[in-house]
Design a protein around this ligand. Sequence first.
Ligand code: SF4
Length: 484
Amino acid sequence: MPGFHIENFGCRAARADGEAIAARLEASSCAASNPHTAEVVVVNTCSVTAEADREARAYIRRTHRRNPSARIVVTGCYAQRAPDELAALPGVAAVVGNSHKALAPQIAHNLMRGAGVESDRSLVRIEAMKSAGNVLLYSDDTFAHSFLEEAQVVPGAQTRPNLKIQEGCSNRCTFCVIPQTRGNSRSLLPENVIAQVRGFVAAGGRELVFSGINMGRWGRDLPPDPAAPRTLASLVRAIFEQTALPLLRLSSIEPMDWDDNLIALMRNYGGTRLCRHAHLPLQSGSDSVLRRMHRRYRPWHYAQKIESLLAAAASEITFGADIMAGFPGETDAEFKETLAFIRALPFGYLHLFPFSPRPGTRGWALHQQYPVPPQVVAERMSLLRSLAEEKMHAHRAQFIGRELNAITLHTPAALAQSGQTAALTENFLPVEIAGTLPSNTPVSLRVTSLTSQSTLQAIPTDPQHHSLPEPLSPQDLLVHAFPN
Ligand code: SF4
C-alpha cells in the first residue's frame, strides 16, 4: 500500500483540513506512514507569523534530508500566500494553495502512483495550474476548490475530530493575513453539516468539534431560508434536534458572535450536549489598540460577553483567548491595560503571540512606522506567560474534589506505562486518570489533585455510567432523524 504522512501546522481549522486530507487518502487505499519512509509527505502550513513560515521551511528541508525520495506536497496558508517561495525548496513536488486544497488528496495520490503532470491537468482548468521547474503550483484567488468536507469525519487517530463548517474570513483585522490566504467567509451547507454529524455518530463518535476560520459568521453567505435563520445558533439547535450527537464542542468564536441565541443554547445544553468551553479571541485589553487592530468590539463588550456566558454556564465553564503582544505603537500604558483586563477575567488558558508583520497587511505598514522593539515584545510575552500560568493554575485548582465528565484520549505510552489514562473533560481540562481505559470512553471522574505543572489528577467514579447520552444505532438514527 502506498504510504503518506501529513504534518500539520497552525490552528484547529488547519488541522481539520489535514485530518480531511488523511481521511480521503485512507479511503483511496493509501496507508498513513511516518515521514522517514513515506512516499508522499503532505506539509499543511500556517502563515500567521513569520515564525510559522520559518518552521514550515525548516520541516520541509529536514524531511528532504532524511527521506530524499519523498515527494513533498505543500498546502495551507503559506502555500497560498507565497507558492513560488515554497516551490524553490528541495524535494517539493507540488504546492497546493488553499484555493485548491480540495484537490490535495488527489494530487498526493497521483504522486504516489507515479502519475505525471497530465493526470493533474485533468483536475483543474489548465490556466489554474502553473509549473515552476518540475513543481506543480495550484493557487488562485477564486477559492473554488477550497472545502474538504466531502470525506466523512469519523473517530480514529483523533478521538475528538474537527468538522470545519466554515472557511475564510470577511473581516479585515489589520494584523491578519488570513483573508488573503483563505478568501472571504464561506459556509458548509446545513444539510451537509447534519449528514456529517449523523455519519460521525453512526461510526461511534462521541465528541465532535466544530471549527472554522471565523465560525461565528457561519451561514451569512448562504441564501436566506424562510424556515430558519442562517446563524450558528440555528445550526447548533438543528444538530441537537435532528441528530443524536452526544457532545458538541465549539472552537473559537469572535466575541460579538456570541449572540443571545447562542448564549441561550449554552444555558440549555451546557454540560450535557454542549461543552462548557468558550474561546473568544481577545488580542488586546486596550481600547485604543483594539481600534488600531480594526477589531469589532471594545473591552467592555468583551467583558459583557464573558459575564453573560458565565451566568449561562456557571463557573464550570473554561474560557480561553488569543492575546497579541507588541502590536505596532503599543505603549507600556496600553500593555498594562491588557494585563489588568486579563487579570480581572476568569480565563482558564491563554494562547499568546508576539505581533508578526505580514506582507500585504495594514499592520505591516504600521510596523514600518511604529515598531515595538523586539526586547520590549519579549518582556511583554514573558509577563503574559507568567499571568497565563497563574490564571490556568487558579482555574484548575477550583475543580479539586469535584466530579466532572470526560472522554478518554489516545494515552501517550509513558503515561500508559505508569498505569494512567489521558482524558479531556467536557469543560476542556486535560486530566490524568488512575487506571487503564481504552480511548474514546466516556468516564465520570473525581479530581483528586493538581500538580505543580498544573496537571489535574483524577480517579474514575463510574466508567460505565456517564451522563452523556449513548450514541444511537443506525436504526434509531433513522427514527430520530425523521420522527413521526
Ligand atoms: S477575524 Fe480578524 S483575526 Fe480572525 S481571521 Fe478574520 S481577519 Fe483574521
